[in-house]
Design a protein around this ligand. Structure first.
Ligand SMILES: Cc1cc2nc3c(=O)[nH]c(=O)nc-3n(C[C@H](O)[C@H](O)[C@H](O)COP(=O)(O)OP(=O)(O)OC[C@H]3O[C@@H](n4cnc5c(N)ncnc54)[C@H](O)[C@@H]3O)c2cc1C
Length: 438
């Protein structure tokens, strides 16, 4: 009998299957699509291989870095360009993101880079934080309320809304401070001011950059993990969809309609319970990638990219990554051209079309909107005849309404551990370790 059946061949399933098989377990990995990697995959735009979604990982733990070393990619772990990103405020002004904040909360409210965004009045109001008694705002239920009470509306709206809101795709009034900034509340009470609490948390964070990438792209992690499936003899079944996941068996159906039941000592799933999942409309994002030959962009006019206030009217994009500035290795590959990636909010009614890279004509509505937004955001007009490649990819979910897994099924991946490689990989490896030692 199989020791473990792992459902879903995204990064979570691959990491878990590898650890289990390496530890001597007999593992079957079932993946509904024809490829492994899930959301981690690459596409080719204008002849350049690019990550289709994730391009970096958080360094708050060493989970991804140590996996990269184990996979032989240690020498290719790289930091992004230190120039940092910019933001566009609600009224369309652009300025660099202040250097020493946390989720947009400044540690020095009167610093020049903060005043450039919030103005003198906004800075003075934020400075009042240092005069307020420590407990003010400490019991706030949301990050928004906490910042509003300590530093005022301008810091909240001009900095925290685009930055924290952009990272977590929701208004700070709906973000739990303990979840998005663990320790901030306690530091506020200890330090007596929010600015000093931010400073204390930043000092505690690991030295170096908060994110890193991999030369050649994050998808190289998947390349190595896929190679290890063979090395450690994981029985990988592509085009095999789990239809029922129980503690000791997984029912699957293959592309030709063949139904099978896979008994196992343990079952692990990185997908919501297929039996209990409905298919609600989901809000997602669409990424539009442009490869352009525009020498004026060599000067990196907006650093590594821009975050846009959700109510800004000047553009419809929510963010722009100037990927060839952010990743010097990519600039080398692109040979003087620039890679720009814009993200747009979108509502999906058919997540089946997700994760597919579709070519874009710079003259069609998607292409011309992206060109216009990129021109506005970067302050450099970009003409359609400068575009040597363009593509769009839709990403939807996760399905937060999906109920949990059946009793006895161990959850891994985004559905259980939340979005982001650092948390997913750490939790997946812990689960694999527990099974091996059970
Ligand atoms: C646009 C975008 C940008 C991102 N950027 C970053 C970033 O920069 N840094 C970062 O850390 N994270 C980023 N993320 C998040 C990160 O990519 C994901 O959290 C992570 O890849 C999820 O991995 P997973 O294995 O949990 O799920 P998935 O990658 O979704 O894998 C699940 C797999 O299960 C398969 N499957 C589904 N149903 C079934 C079934 N019934 N039976 C069998 N198989 C099934 C799917 O086909 C898929 O292959 C980004 C995500 C997106 C969409």
């Amino acid at each position: 009998m199989t020791d473990v059946v792992v459902v879903g061949g995204g990064i979570a399933g691959l990491v878990t299957a590898r650890d289990l098989a390496k530890g001597g377990a007999n593992v079957v990995l079932v993946e509904a699509s024809g490829v492994l990697g899930g959301m981690i995959r690459r596409h080719t735009v204008g002849g350049i291989d690019l990550d289709m979604a994730a391009d970096s990982f958080a360094t708050r733990t060493d989970a991804v870095g140590s996996l990269a070393i184990e996979l032989g990619l240690g020498n290719d772990v790289v930091a992004p360009d230190p120039r940092g990103a910019w933001l566009m405020t609600r009224d369309g002004r652009t300025a660099p993101i202040p250097a020493t904040g946390l989720l947009g909360i400044p540690s020095t409210p009167m610093a020049a880079d903060v005043l450039a965004v919030v103005g003198q009045k906004g800075g003075l109001r934020a400075q009042m934080d240092s005069l307020l008694p420590g407990p003010v705002g400490a019991k706030a239920e949301s990050l928004g309320e906490l910042v509003r009470r300590r530093m005022g509306e301008r810091v909240l709206d001009d900095l925290v809304v685009p930055i924290a809101g952009g990272v977590h795709s929701t208004h700070p009034d709906h973000l739990d401070p303990e979840r998005v900034a663990p320790g901030l509340r306690a530091a506020l009470l200890r330090e007596g001011s929010l600015a000093r609490a931010v400073l204390a948390l930043r000092a505690r964070a690991a030295a170096g950059t908060p994110v890193q990438g991999i030369r050649g792209g994050i998808a190289r992690l998947v390349d190595e993990l896929v190679a290890d499936m063979e090395t450690y003899r994981v029985d990988v079944r592509l085009h095999t969809r789990a239809t029922r996941i129980e503690a000791h068996a997984v029912d699957v159906v293959s592309a030709d309609g063949t139904v099978d039941r896979l008994p196992a000592q343990h079952t692990l799933s990185s997908v919501p319970d297929p039996e209990r999942t409905t298919a609600p409309d989901r809000t997602g994002i669409e990424l539009v990638t442009l490869v352009v030959d525009q020498p004026e962009l060599d000067a990196a006019p907006r650093g590594t990219g821009m975050l846009v206030h959700p109510d800004a009217q000047a553009v419809s994009a929510k963010a722009l990554t100037h990927a060839t500035v952010k990743w010097p290795w990519l600039a080398d590959v692109a040979g003087g051209r620039h890679v720009l990636r814009l993200s747009y909010a979108t509502t999906a009614t058919d997540p089946a079309g997700a994760a597919t890279s579709l070519p874009v004509d710079p003259a069609d509505s998607v292409g011309s909107r992206a060109l216009q937004d990129a021109s506005t955001l970067l302050g450099v007009p970009i003409a359609a005849d400068r575009v040597s490649g363009a593509a769009r990819v839709g990403w939807y979910g996760p399905d937060l309404t999906a109920p949990g897994l059946a009793e006895g099924v161990a959850g891994i991946g985004e559905a259980t551990s939340g979005r982001g490689l650092a948390g997913i990989i750490a939790a997946a490896r812990k689960t694999a370790g527990q099974i091996l030692h059970s």
